[in-house]
Design a protein around this ligand. Sequence first.
Ligand code: UT7
Length: 322
Amino acid sequence: MIYSRITGTGSYLPDKVLTNQDLEKIVDTTDQWIRERTGISKRHIVAENQSTVDLAEYAARRALKAAGRDAQDIDLIIVATTTPDRVFPSTACLLQKRLDRHGCAAFDIQAVCTGFVYAVGVADKFIKTGAAKCALVVGAEVLSRVLDWTDRGTCVLFGDGSGAVIIEAGDEPGILSTHLHADGAYESLLTVAGGVGQGYASLLDGNGYVSMKGNEVFKVAVNTLGRIVDETLEANQLEKSDIDWLIPHQANIRIIQATAKKLKMSMERVVVTVGEHGNTSSASVPLALDVAVRDGRVKRGETLLMEAFGGGFTWGSILLKF
Ligand code: UT7
């Protein structure tokens, strides 16, 4: 039996910080409203001369270093992103070039905020079937570039960043299960409605920016994440108390608290970065993981539950022994 295990983590946040106070000067909002409704105090914003692949490269190099691996060891690259540098080639191919790694499979996954969870699910299957031995999985986003900075309902929520993991084949359990779901019936509740497939004109008149029916998304997210927690525990015949750490998608502190309550977990066992990072979409789970690994909270051998929910709708979870 081949197992797959995370052997290194890395992340990156751009230097520029945008605080709630800065946003008060841009849109009709208050620091108090943003903190009370979302838990967010600040977020990082990409520099003008940076793009998704730049963010991805930093996180990837840090994850490689943490795993004690060289780019030449990688035989699979998956980048989860909703904000790719180009229509094509994929950001994964651009990253592959940066890493000077030639020939291995490289592709992007688009599952919005659940992208990293999807990408780990795919990499896990490549490794467990013997198709890959050392995968680089990255979540990287420049959500700030698809925000309408006059829409207070969305622009206060998101931030830029990246996170990465190295997943390797081994003979001891690491990733125990992944659970991936989607329901496209909800496509209109959280969307960038335009896209090149509809012609460039479809991106005009605000359709190139995020639009969201926040309250409706919120309700579905809370219910759905509650269900996926049950599904994941059941599949592994585990009890809630078996989970050492919850590493959730960082969209809103109230959604995170609801999931923790469902798990009967104290917030001390939940990794929360939304206050400092905002919602970084596919980067949020690997960023939170890397923060908690580097500050010493998450230790080898502990059981981690990661979950995410996003546009599509898509949702998913990863249960693993770190
Ligand atoms: O990562 C993908 C998944 N995304 C999510 O999970 C996001 C889910 N949704 C949410 O997190 C929350 O719904 C929001 C944080 C987006 C909004 O919080 P809410 O408690 O659902 O507020 P609301 O949308 O019901 O709006 C309440 C009020 C409205 O004013 P009225 O109609 O009551 O007068 C909004 O216009 O708050 C107003 N509002 C704001 N006020 C100040 C909306 N945005 C702002 C703002 N500042 N930035």
